[in-house]
Design a protein around this ligand. Structure first.
Ligand SMILES: NC(=O)c1ccc[n+]([C@@H]2O[C@H](COP(=O)([O-])OP(=O)(O)OC[C@H]3O[C@@H](n4cnc5c(N)ncnc54)[C@H](OP(=O)(O)O)[C@@H]3O)[C@@H](O)[C@H]2O)c1
Length: 141
């Protein structure tokens, strides 16, 4: 599969990237900073992924990436771990943006989009039920 990974510079994302590659998936990473990505992943892994820069609250940019790269799936590990230093919670915004982009991309690409969310369960309960029950045929969760 071709998989879009959001959060590749994080604790989970930096481990998910080589794991996806080791299972022969093609990987597109969506990160805020390409420089941080270069500090996070070794060149042997970096050379095998496509890199797109953007913010995970920008649903249009995520949609564009999913469509332009003809992705079959996404993994969202963009978010915040509940560890110091505390940050303003943007999890709801991220979940909304990623979920909406996933649904819209499946419509544009005319195939189901698989999605994995590594965090944000509370935000998902609010948003995803409404989105996915309406458009279940476009989405596998
Ligand atoms: N670590 C665990 O054991 C664990 C277990 C279960 C669930 N989770 C959940 O999984 C998610 C990731 O955890 P983690 O430990 O990998 O967290 P982390 O190390 O803090 O990494 C967070 C990642 O999200 C990215 N990010 C945050 N806001 C963003 C935005 N607006 N746009 C684009 N990227 C953004 C960060 O990018 P930058 O590098 O640019 O900041 C970073 O790559 C969290 O929701 C967490 O609650 C974690």
């Amino acid at each position: 599969m071709k998989v879009l990974l959001l959060g590749a510079t994080g604790t989970l994302g930096s481990r998910i990237t080589p794991a996806l590659l080791s299972h022969q998936h093609q990987v597109v990473v969506f990160v805020r900073s390409e420089n941080k990505l270069k500090e996070t992943l070794p060149p042997s892994i970096l050379s095998k992924v496509a890199v797109v820069t953007g913010d995970a609250t920008d649903s249009n940019a995520i949609l564009e990436t999913l469509v332009n790269h003809d992705c079959d799936a996404f993994v969202n590990s963009a978010g915040q771990s509940n560890v110091f230093p505390w940050q303003a919670p943007r999890m709801q915004e991220i979940i909304n943006a990623v979920a909406t982009a996933g649904v819209e991309a499946s419509k544009k690409l005319n195939h189901p989009m698989r999605g994995w969310f590594l965090g944000g369960l509370t935000a998902m309960c609010v948003h995803l039920e409404a989105v996915f029950t309406q458009r279940r045929h476009h989405f596998q969760l």
